[in-house]
Design a protein around this ligand. Structure first.
Ligand code: DQQ
Length: 578
């Protein structure tokens, strides 16, 4: 009887869903001329050497990362027919170490009425019996109306999880008439409190970003909670929400259902309007199912970011084999759609990062997974290299187009730091970086790395610090500035920047940059501020790329210790041998 009642409610919702317009609107840009234009030739020049990418075509969001029976799985949004967004399926790769990847056939692709127009982003949950379930967004019509579906492995004894089935009781969640049906997507990993499972779905109400909460007792029937977990006026559509606990004591990651007094929660959202993300750290009230971000943090566009550069649609997962929480993020191209079509590929996944709570509790810290270090080969070092004003010194002997660099700078005092103009308090770090680039002489800084540089510096991407003296304390700016990165045309070459909340008592700043042909991922001060730039040099390519350390500040800076490694090429999406 109860089942009958449930089915009729479901049928009513289905009917309402089909009949109603639910505020449908266009959101994802379609390129009819290009989206199914098959790629005959892939241009090699800016392809990455050790970042995750398939042999050709378009990729976007990382989906449902998970660890199962000794293998890491990464699914991702993929266009099997072309190099621009469209025809989206879930491509699937597996790895033993997060660095070497083998590819499998797409796991989830349009095949049912509830996903015929696309299989958009989603997440995986590992059930108490150890088996994974995927939740994803199905597109049901040309207007991109969205519902949530689930898929399970056809054979859970297969560690490769090759085949996924979509049971007949799909979909699991319809947008009710109060929800904007074309802005209702990207279900999170589920977590469980007192026997109740919960998930979030990203959405918006007018220009308010919303994370709707759904609950279930049996993981099949899902009911919308009376109020969202959280929402913020003026932030627009929240894509790819991610909600997870972090421990107050140490660096270990926690399974998504862990709660208690030793835990804080993180809510990250990807802002469709700005195409960047922000996160807050806060308290999750498990009884009321409400999330309260810490008051000292900005809960909006100017909030904390995992990455102040080209980084979007990210997702974390808990790795039970090493007790880490690992973050995946997608970096789009910064060239034009036409150039992508000509390259035959677009998009990379950035190197997975371990994330944990800074002991201050005020922000997260990130670091590339340790497995990346297996790719380090030839090593060169600089020790106690003084950088006087105007100096740049080449780091010779490595493949500068494909490298990992880790450097500690020191300075004798903070006295020469330039004053921080109070007017800048209203500006983004990015605007300060735009005004005070790497070439403008400073007091303490700019100093740092010139990555992907041509020998005569016609092209270079500087990653650098500038230290300012504000009324109450010093302010450290980290910039990754693409403005001089290429002589090529039709490219987006922004300066990216973030402030670094770091203690300068020891008068040192560290920087690690992962350089890989068309991407530079930089971790300032041990992962306190991270910035990714996509760049397309035309001179500084392959063995014509150089790496320098530089200083354009009046204060002399010392490279206390620099290690740079040439990076090897991992196995990258070679099909699994069956
Ligand atoms: N990309 C997916 C959506 C998601 C967006 C579609 C974020 O599910 O909201 O490819 O990049």
């Amino acid at each position: 009887m109860a089942l009958l009642k449930f089915l009729s409610v479901l049928a009513l919702f289905a009917l309402l869903f089909v009949l109603s317009n639910n505020g449908v609107e266009a959101s994802h840009k379609i390129y009819p001329r290009y989206q199914s234009l098959s790629v005959d030739k892939v241009k090699q020049i800016h392809r990455t050497g050790y970042h995750f990418q398939p042999p050709k075509n378009w990729i976007n969001d990382p989906n449902a990362p998970l660890y199962y029976k000794g293998l890491y799985h990464l699914f991702y949004q993929y266009n099997p027919k072309g190099a621009v967004w469209g025809n989206i399926v879930w491509a699937h790769s597996v790895s033993k170490d997060l660095i070497n990847w083998e590819s499998l056939e797409p796991a989830i692709y349009p095949s049912k009425w509830f996903d015929n127009y696309g299989c958009w982003s989603g997440s995986a949950t590992i059930l108490p019996n150890g088996e994974p379930v995927i939740f994803y967004t199905g597109i049901v019509d040309e207007n991109n109306r969205q519902i949530q579906n689930y898929a399970v492995p056809a054979n859970s004894s297969d560690p490769y999880l090759r085949e996924w089935v979509k049971p007949d009781d799909n979909p699991i969640v319809y947008p009710d008439p109060s929800v904007n049906a074309s802005a209702f997507r990207d279900p999170t990993t589920a977590w469980r409190v007192d026997g109740h499972w919960k998930i979030l779905i990203g959405s918006k109400r007018r220009d308010r970003g919303v994370a709707y909460l759904y609950r279930s007792l049996d993981f099949k029937k899902w009911f919308k909670a009376k109020h969202p977990l959280h929402s913020v006026q003026g932030t627009g559509m929240w894509e790819c929400p991610d909600f997870f606990p972090v421990t107050l004591s140490g660096e270990e990651g926690l399974d998504t259902s862990v709660g208690g007094s030793n835990v804080r929660h993180v809510l990250k959202v990807s802002l469709d309007l700005t195409r960047y993300e922000y996160y807050t750290i806060g308290t999750y009230d498990e009884k009321k199912d409400r999330y309260y971000p810490d008051e000292a943090l900005v809960d909006g566009w100017a909030g904390l970011r995992y990455d102040y550069g080209n980084f979007y649609a990210s997702k974390t997962f808990f790795d039970p084999s090493t007790n880490r929480r690992i973050l995946w993020g997608w970096a789009n191209e910064s060239d034009s759609v036409r150039q992508d079509k000509n390259k035959g590929w677009a998009g990379i996944q950035l190197i997975p990062r371990r994330v944990w709570l800074d002991p201050s509790g005020k922000q997260l810290l990130q670091w590339p997974v340790a497995e990346l270090e297996k790719l380090r080969s030839h090593n060169v070092q600089l020790r106690n290299q003084k950088l006087y004003q105007g100096y740049h010194v080449e780091v010779k002997g490595i493949t500068a187009a494909q490298a990992d660099v880790d450097v500690t700078f020191s300075f004798p005092s903070l006295d020469k730091a330039e004053p921080f103009d109070p007017k800048w308090a209203k500006l983004d770090a990015l605007d300060v970086c735009a005004q005070k680039g790497s070439k403008a002489q400073g007091g303490l800084g700019p100093f740092g790395l010139l990555t992907l540089a041509s020998e005569k510096l016609e092209e270079f991407t500087p990653v650098f610090f500038r230290v300012f003296k504000a009324a109450d304390k010093h302010k450290v700016l980290l910039c990754s500035d693409a403005r001089s990165s290429s002589l090529g045309e039709g490219l987006y070459k922004p300066p990216f920047a973030g402030f670094v909340d770091v203690d300068l008592t020891d008068k040192k700043l560290t920087l690690r940059s992962l350089i890989d042909h068309s991407v530079v991922e930089s971790f300032g001060a041990g992962g306190r501020t991270v910035i990714t730039s996509r760049v397309y040099p035309i001179i500084a390519v392959f063995d014509k790329a150089h790496l320098f350390v530089f200083n354009n500040g009046r204060e002399t800076v010392t490279v206390e210790n620099l290690n740079a490694w040439s990076m090897k090429v991992p196995v990258m999406n070679v099909p699994v041998k069956s």
